[in-house]
Ligand binder design. Structure first.
Ligand SMILES: Nc1nc2c(ncn2[C@@H]2O[C@H](COP(=O)(O)OP(=O)(O)OP(=O)(O)O)[C@@H](O)[C@H]2O)c(=O)[nH]1
Length: 220
């Protein structure tokens, strides 16, 4: 195989998403891989797979195999097998649900246990999801930062609903795994513009310009 053929081959990386039920793992994977979001909660039983090809600086094509692990799998027999040999781990919690943050200790312990005797360790990142619900936040950002510093983790805040920072998170994790540095322009480019939802409130019962009201302004 010539050098150029070798260079044009895709790199493959495996990333698992772990965390409590309903923290938004499936939503994150779907937002990243399919650009979609569903408001309806449908529990993942076992595991789901998503594939997405991205291009990193230097025209490097990378296929990300994303394993979305159901929140109920903790303590299950298969979990070790899903985690083993993965290059990246996203530890996800819901910023409005403190328990989902606390329980990450258990998920992280599983990751450490499985990789205990392995020569290579996965790149692990802490992901606070649902930042569109900032007004309902119960996990303070400094708690998040402390957990990252203490355990040497990557740190992200995202919203699967709006798409805020989702692509950036996966892109940076992939770059980190492959030892590629992203420059400021590349990071800014992948920060999506977040569109606000437009809510149509029903018209007022008695609007100002309704026909039974005078539109004439009287000056006294
Ligand atoms: N507001 C808001 N809701 C979200 C967000 N991400 C997910 N949700 C909602 O949270 C609920 C749970 O999302 P899922 O993606 O199914 O959660 P999960 O972690 O995969 O859950 P399990 O399958 O039980 O492990 C759904 O109703 C989603 O619509 C987000 O960023 N913002």
């Amino acid at each position: 195989m010539s050098d150029s053929e070798e260079e044009s081959q895709d790199r493959q990386i495996k990333i698992v998403i772990l965390g409590d039920g309903a923290c938004g793992k499936t939503s994150l994977a779907m937002r990243f891989a399919q650009e979609s979001f569903g408001k309806q909660y449908k529990q993942t039983v076992g595991i789901d797979f998503f594939l997405k090809r991205i291009t990193l600086p230097g025209n490097l094509n990378v296929t990300l195999q994303v394993l979305d692990i159901g929140g109920q799998t903790i303590g299950g027999k298969m979990l070790d097998k899903y985690i083993y040999g993965t290059q990246g781990v996203l530890l996800v919690y819901d910023i409005t649900n403190y328990q989902s943050f606390e329980n990450l200790e258990d998920w992280f312990s599983m990751v450490k246990k499985v990789n205990d005797e392995s020569e290579t360790q996965p790149f692990v990142a802490l992901v606070g999801n649902k930042i569109d619900l900032e007004h309902m936040r119960t996990v303070k950002a400094d708690k998040h930062q402390r957990f990252c510093q203490e355990n040497n983790l990557g740190s992200y805040f995202v919203s699967a609903k709006t798409g805020d920072s989702v692509f950036l998170c996966f892109q940076r994790v992939a770059a980190e795994i492959l030892g590629i540095k992203l420059n400021k322009a590349e990071i800014e480019q992948s920060q999506r513009i977040v569109k606000a939802e437009i809510i149509n409130f029903p018209e007022e019962q008695n609007p100002v310009n309704s026909t039974n009201q005078s539109k004439i302004c009287l000056l006294q």
